[in-house]
Design a protein around this ligand. Sequence first.
Ligand SMILES: C[S@@+](CC[C@H](N)C(=O)[O-])C[C@H]1O[C@@H](n2cnc3c(N)ncnc32)[C@H](O)[C@@H]1O
Length: 327
Amino acid sequence: MPAKKSAPRKSTAKSTVARLPKAKAKPKQPAGSAVPEPGTVAQLISYAAEQFAVADLWFGHGTDNAVDEAAELVFFASGLRHDQADEVYDLVLKPKQRAAALQLIERRIRERVPAAYLTKRMWFAGHEFYVDERVLVPRSPIAELIDSRFRPWIDPTKVQRVLDIGTGSGCIAIAAALALPNAKVDAADVSTDALAVTRMNIERHSLQRRVRAVKSDVFEGLKGERYDVIVSNPPYVGDEEMATLPEEYRREPKLGLHGGRDGLDIVHRIIDQAAAHLQPHGILIVEVGNSEEALVASRPRMPFTWLDFERGGGGVLVLKAEDLRNL
Ligand SMILES: C[S@@+](CC[C@H](N)C(=O)[O-])C[C@H]1O[C@@H](n2cnc3c(N)ncnc32)[C@H](O)[C@@H]1O
């Protein structure tokens, strides 16, 4: 994974990287504004995508365009899998499937709610997670780092304990546990509501013996604990950006997004206290998104390494335990 130590770049708002399976092929039928009757999968996707464009929806919660978003809702409502996409585009939906799809399409437009809160599911690092309004919709580019088992920043065989601060759905903690079958993972969050969802996902992936949901305000509930990897996608949106976020982000818990005036309240707490919780060879990974520039300006001597991601997204830093100890 490429990295740089140079000046910060501008990235997207609270990462908008697409994480759902891409529609395998684009629908063949031309889009029309009338509701297709009886309606193939492709026709319904085209219809929904057109309606989404007219309604000027925002896509940043698992998809980055109207067609992929429409495909997820139509596939979900019809009980179809994305890996069947090539075979099912010409399928005529049964009346019940069609009605369910149309209802989701209408709700997506009327309520401006991210598709994942309608379907109650999202993929992250190739795994499916339960999600609802108690947690942020998973979309962190940290998934790519988990896919590479945190290489080259640490030798995966040396990772025995991982901490995920601000775990939400538990996506980072659980995906890390699945990528590192010998590691134990603490999934920490200050929100009791979020932790209820974390626990559902821990059970769903049968990881009760290796992943522990912990109520903790940053490190407060983790006194004396040490880790090889501390990873976090904390709230990092500042006041100004909060005020301009598209409607869809307002459906997510504010506690998951808002990081104080400049977005860095929690980030600074993590950086200041991480050394006391890292093994000597340990690493700290924190996503700060658009707040990268403000963080670098506020800590000009800190030797941040900023990661570049092949699948998009940015504003993720790596610090070594030794960098933090020598501050
Ligand atoms: C951006 S969300 C990330 C959720 C999940 N890790 C992900 O990547 O989708 C940030 C999470 O941090 C939690 N959080 C906010 N303040 C916190 C604090 N002081 N200590 C621990 N967790 C906190 C929120 O409840 C939320 O679940």
